[in-house]
Design a protein around this ligand. Structure first.
Ligand code: NAD
Ligand code: MG
Length: 387
């Protein structure tokens, strides 16, 4: 270990964000070191990454692959752990300077909390953590004096637009690509397949977030994430569909001035900034070609066709554990749609019914979130199997 370099733990190093984070680390090997790498199932890639980046420890969350990983790395001084608990323990290591949460879904919540309690700055990609328990996370960050650096491109854009500002936010303009079905009618949406949903026009991302982008639940989650990250009420967060994904989001101030951050759609930009903040580093990534951008367009989102967006706002209006309920139900229907067990438009119906049936709690504790997540998953899953 080189103490001069920032030691980064990457939770979910084999995913879309995780692999791009490793590219950033490789480009700036003089500044950053991958201290911990973790994965769920893709153990071969985890081993390959460990051989390249030589971390102090790796965690394979799925214990079935523990032996395989351990044997493959037996010749190297890399500690190998397995299981969800190990993810929480490994982020506490005294040498770690920053934790990138790049795993998917509710599973990101416990290790993020463990990292905050250990005083580690968070580079936050795992938006589900803020959706489920934003208030709790903010309280812990305050208590442990831990900063959260947003990695989600929209939130990084908002963060960048706020740099140097002391004045309050009048409005956040949260841009959305609209996904692959932006122009589809309801009838067309009825028949869309997972393969169609997995073809995102601008971003190459993991399957779960790509489906969420197609249903616009991703944008709904980003509204919730923005509320907690920037302390802005939902009525001041305006979603604007911008199919070209060049304006990554913007902030409007009291005088009417709007500051936005623009760029080529490339997640390595916000990842790198989260690692290097408050500095900006050189990059070899593509630059915007201003003469090629003839038409940047902006539209109103259609919450009749994309009901998930409206449901996300509704969950915020109700508050308490409702966003946790919507997240759990969404994880179930997202998977079911991907596996061909649920139609595209049914996802919103099942989520809405789960919101009505799950036990509401106005002031949930951490344990309540765990219970809520289980209950809402069960209620959503029942609606899929009962058909
Ligand atoms: P991905 O599916 O490509 O990768 C997920 C990673 O998490 C993998 O390394 C996987 O092994 C690990 N993982 C998954 N489930 C796990 C579990 N239960 N326990 C432990 N590890 C687990 O996902 P992604 O697209 O990289 O997204 C990661 C997170 O970043 C998500 O929360 C997503 O919403 C957010 N995000 C992604 C992008 C993007 O461009 N991909 C953009 C913005 C935000
Ligand atoms: Mg985003």
């Amino acid at each position: 270990m080189n103490k001069e370099k920032k030691q980064i733990a990457i939770l979910g190093s084999t995913g879309s964000i995780g692999t791009q984070a490793l590219q950033v680390i490789a480009e700036h090997a003089d500044l950053f070191e991958a201290r911990v790498l973790t994965a769920n199932n893709r153990w071969e890639l985890l081993v390959e990454q460990a051989r390249l980046f030589n971390p102090a420890a790796v965690v394979i969350a799925n214990k079935a692959y523990y032996e395989a990983v351990r044997e493959s790395l037996a010749d190297l001084p890399i500690a190998v752990y397995a299981g969800a608990e190990a993810l929480c323990q490994v982020v506490e290591g005294t040498e770690i300077d920053m934790v990138l949460t790049a795993m998917v879904g509710f599973a990101g919540l416990p290790p993020t909390i463990a990292a905050i309690r250990a005083g580690k700055p968070i580079a936050l990609a795992n938006k589900e953590t803020m959706v489920v328990a934003g208030e709790l996370i903010n309280g812990l960050c305050h208590q442990y004096q831990v900063p959260i650096l947003p990695v989600d491109s929209e939130h990084s854009a908002i963060f960048q637009s706020l740099m140097g500002e002391q004045s309050p936010i009048e409005k956040i303009i949260l841009t959305a690509s609209g996904g692959p079905f932006r122009t589809f009618t309801r009838e067309q949406l009825y028949n869309v397949t997972p393969a169609m949903a997995l073809k995102h026009p601008n971003w190459d991302m993991g399957a779960k977030i790509t489906i969420d982008s197609a249903s616009m639940m991703n944008k709904g989650f980003e509204v919730i994430e923005a509320k907690w990250l920037f302390g802005v009420e939902p009525k001041r967060i305006q979603v604007v569909v911008h199919p070209q994904s060049v304006v990554h989001s913007a902030v409007q101030f009291a005088d009417g001035a709007v500051k936005a951050q623009l760029g080529v759609p490339d997640m390595r930009v916000p990842i790198q900034l989260a690692f290097s903040f408050p500095q900006r580093l050189q990059s070899t990534f593509d630059r915007l070609d201003w003469y090629a951008m003839h038409d940047l367009t902006f539209e109103r989102p259609d919450t009749e066709r994309f009901r998930c967006l409206a449901l996300a706002y509704e969950s915020l209006r109700q508050g308490g554990n409702m966003p946790c309920i919507i997240n759990a139900a969404n994880e179930i229907v997202n998977r079911a749609f991907l596996e061909g067990r649920c139609r595209f438009l049914e996802m919103a119906d099942i989520i809405e019914k789960t919101m009505q049936r799950a036990t509401f709690m106005a002031k949930p504790t951490y344990e309540n979130y765990l219970e809520t997540d289980k209950e809402a998953r069960r209620i959503a899953a029942e609606q899929i199997t009962s058909k």
